[in-house]
Design a protein. Structure first.
Length: 117
């Protein structure tokens, strides 16, 4: 199984960035897909998630109204669109695939997002 994130980079405060995670080696439609992030010296925290059927969506309070999550089943990809970025959003963002049915949990290697002027 591989989860490969892309789209990270440097953006100014108030700017936007889209992250993508492409999954391979698993049955994508049977996994809930999530984004987590970890800032310097902080614990990894949940950012947003979408259920395997694409209906259930959850987001951390800190990103509601700014971040959206979606899936492209044709590409086996999950996208995190981040708007109105702030310096406190600076972190390594990780893609996660989780299946309660199979009892499996997979992680990508992460992509760095830096919000700075």
């Amino acid at each position: 199984v591989q989860l490969v994130e892309s789209g990270g980079g440097l953006v100014q405060p108030g700017g936007s960035l889209g992250l993508s995670c492409v999954a391979s080696g698993l049955n994508f439609r049977e996994y809930g897909m999530n984004w987590f992030r970890q800032g310097l010296g902080t614990e990894r925290e949940f950012v947003a998630g979408i259920s395997s059927d694409g209906i259930g969506i959850s987001r951390a309070e800190s990103v509601k109204g700014r971040f959206t999550i979606s899936v492209d089943n044709g590409e086996n990809a999950v996208v995190l669109q981040m708007n109105t970025l702030q310096p406190e959003d600076t972190a390594v963002y990780y893609c996660n695939a989780k299946s309660g049915y199979y009892g499996t949990n997979y992680w990508g290697k992460g992509t760095l997002v830096t919000v700075s002027s």
